[in-house]
Design a protein around this ligand. Structure first.
Ligand SMILES: *Cc1c(COP(=O)(O)O)cnc(C)c1O
Length: 242
């Protein structure tokens, strides 16, 4: 068993334990393996153990890996009746206007949308032969001045507009709070994101119910799951330090 496979299994155990502690079903929390800075070989190892969803922060690096994995998969001998694993690629880093086309053409999800202009470009540039791009709005939950993310007070207006763009499906929100000193403090921060998520769903401005609350990383996934996360984004605990 490789280190990555062993780590993945430990992370799955952490998720299961946290779900049980919170009285939730382990299936309700999806694991996004954040492979940024690691090579295609690391993704292949994780894929060999059944991991399908991968997160990338840097667009050029992510696209390179997406293409490398596609080449790897098409070079594998076809097994009758067994389609190649369908990987799901999530863009979780800042997206500048001049990168929207690359993102729209290669990724399946974008979790870091925080401006209407970027969402509009992603919708316009999504190739017609691909399914709609799945979107989370990034929320700046703790007001970090230099951080990306829409302010909670502006979230509802942005969500209302993004939800109606034709080639996107608004799935939820994503937050990256500052590191907290302990479990209780981390839960308090995540609870704020949860409240914003619930308010948005209750607001009546959206055509579809949001089902994705993306919060929790290596250090705080237990607190995030306690607070209602449906997707944890884990890099270090799977692939090692960067
Ligand atoms: C790097 C990154 C992660 C993973 O962080 P780890 O602490 O390594 O688990 C999750 N989300 C985002 C947005 C990131 O940039």
């Amino acid at each position: 068993m490789t280190m990555i496979v062993r780590n993945l299994q430990q992370v799955r155990d952490r998720i299961t334990t946290a779900c049980m502690a919170a009285g939730r079903k382990p299936d309700d929390v999806h694991l996004l393996a954040v492979s940024k800075t690691f090579g295609a070989d690391a993704v292949i190892e994780a894929m060999s153990d059944g991991q399908r969803a991968f997160g990338e922060n840097y667009i050029a690096e992510g696209v390179e890996k997406i293409l490398a994995l596609r080449a790897f998969q098409s070079a594998q001998p076809a097994q009758p009746g067994v389609p190649p694993a369908a990987l799901e690629w999530h863009c979780i880093g800042p997206v500048q206007s001049n990168k929207t086309r690359l993102v729209a053409e290669h990724f399946d999800w974008v979790q870091s949308v925080d401006r209407l202009k970027i969402a509009q470009r992603l919708s316009e540039q999504r190739p017609p032969h691909l399914p709609p791009l799945q979107i989370c709005l990034q929320v700046n939950i703790d007001g970090g001045a230099n951080k990306s993310g829409v302010a909670p007070g502006e979230l509802q207006a942005l969500a209302g507009e993004v939800a109606h763009l034709p080639n996107l499906v608004l799935r939820g929100i994503m937050a990256i709070p500052e590191p907290a000193i302990d479990f209780v403090a981390a839960c308090a921060l995540h609870a704020r994101t949860r409240a914003v998520f619930d308010q948005l769903n209750a607001s009546g401005v959206l055509p579809l119910r949001l089902d994705t609350l993306s919060m929790g990383m290596t250090a705080d996934l237990e607190a995030a799951i306690h607070s209602g996360s449906t997707m944890v984004r884990v890099g270090t605990a799977i692939f090692g330090g960067r």
